[in-house]
Design a protein around this ligand. Structure first.
Ligand code: AMP
Length: 233
């Protein structure tokens, strides 16, 4: 399966993407994780991307598109993949369409995790991330088993520079302004499945599995949350 996952920062997208990756045995391609790794290693791309990331803004399209194109050409993507954090602009979606055409692939589902915007800042503040594998934790909803180390690889967890309340607000607003319109781009293909992300992690996982198994729906082009997300934070 070739899948897309959409969700605002703090919607639980990364946690659910991890689950899907393990369940379906397909690679999770998280552009944010790739960029953070480039930034840590201070590569040319990492240095160019840093100022945008630290401010909660989007990295310019040409940089992320070139990065993704390289990643999709790797052999582990041939049997399917899950895109997490891309496309984030309509331009990225249009270029991705052309890439998919060239690879003779198409997307089977676009999962959209919906969490009311007013809950997102709270979810992001206090979030802890593993610098090694990108898994995220939260003291309330998903505490690590041992103090402040990653359950998976034992690496010390840290708070992302862009998880401060102020930068989190910018990121959420950028999502509402630039990325939500991308979802409309996929609605015409009847592949969008909207999932209530404002409930316990296990319930969201079940809803995702249901959405992955559901046949194409005639009413999938409509969204119960179409307009109301456009609130300014
Ligand atoms: P994320 O881990 O998905 O929240 O991404 C962290 C940051 O990386 C974002 O705030 C952006 O600065 C940058 N980023 C990740 N993916 C993209 C993308 N597709 N387009 C532009 N910037 C991106």
């Amino acid at each position: 399966m070739n899948l897309l996952i959409f969700g605002a920062p703090g919607s639980g997208k990364g946690t659910q993407a991890e689950f899907i990756k393990e369940r379906l045995g397909i690679p999770q391609i998280a552009t944010g994780d790739i960029l953070r790794s480039e930034k840590r290693r201070q590569t040319e791309l990492g240095v160019q991307a840093q100022k945008y990331m630290d401010a909660g803004k989007l990295v310019p399209d040409d940089l992320v598109i070139a990065m993704l194109q390289k990643r999709l050409a790797e052999p582990d993507c041939s049997a399917g993949f899950l895109l997490d954090g891309f496309p984030r602009t309509v331009v990225q979606a249009q270029v991705l369409d052309r890439m998919m055409l060239g690879l003779r692939k198409q997307f089977d589902r676009a999962l959209y995790l919906y969490v009311p915007p007013e809950k997102l800042v709270e979810r992001l503040s206090g979030r802890l991330t593993c610098p090694e594998c990108g898994r995220t934790y939260h003291p309330k909803s998903k505490p690590p088993r041992n103090d402040s180390v990653c359950d998976f690889d034992g690496t010390e967890l840290y708070q992302r520079e862009d998880d401060t309340p102020e930068t989190a607000r910018t990121r959420i607003q950028v999502y509402l302004d630039d990325t939500l319109p991308v979802l409309d781009y996929y609605r015409s293909g009847n592949i969008v499945r909207e999932i209530d992300g404002d409930r316990p992690i296990e319930e969201v996982k079940s809803a995702i599995l249901e959405a992955l198994n559901s046949p194409p729906a005639a009413d999938a082009a409509t969204s119960p949350h179409g307009g109301e997300e456009k609130v300014l934070l």
